[in-house]
Design a protein. Structure first.
Length: 90
């Protein structure tokens, strides 16, 4: 995984940092026996996921690797050849 830059994007870092802060808030309020603060922290955790997804949709997420795109195209072509289209039918 180290060679793929998995998750090293502004969208991923921002989402994780917001979620981590929410996790810390929820944990602190859970220990303090404060359900409202706990659920507020859980809301911040969920907000981190929403912000990360919005940033990815805005183009700040991981770009598809050219090798992966090429492999997907080749696999799609291989699945639609006449030889393999009827292979599973008897």
């Amino acid at each position: 995984m180290a060679g793929s830059d998995h998750g090293h994007t502004p969208a991923a870092w921002t989402g994780v940092i917001i979620s981590f802060a929410g996790f810390c808030v929820a944990g602190a309020f859970m220990v303090a026996n404060n359900p409202v603060g706990f659920w507020a922290g859980i809301g911040v955790v969920l907000l981190g996921g929403v912000v990360g997804a919005a940033m990815k949709a805005a183009g700040l997420g991981q770009k598809p690797a050219p090798e992966l795109e090429r492999a997907r195209e080749e696999a799609a072509r291989a699945d639609h050849t006449p030889e393999t289209a009827h292979a599973g039918r008897s």
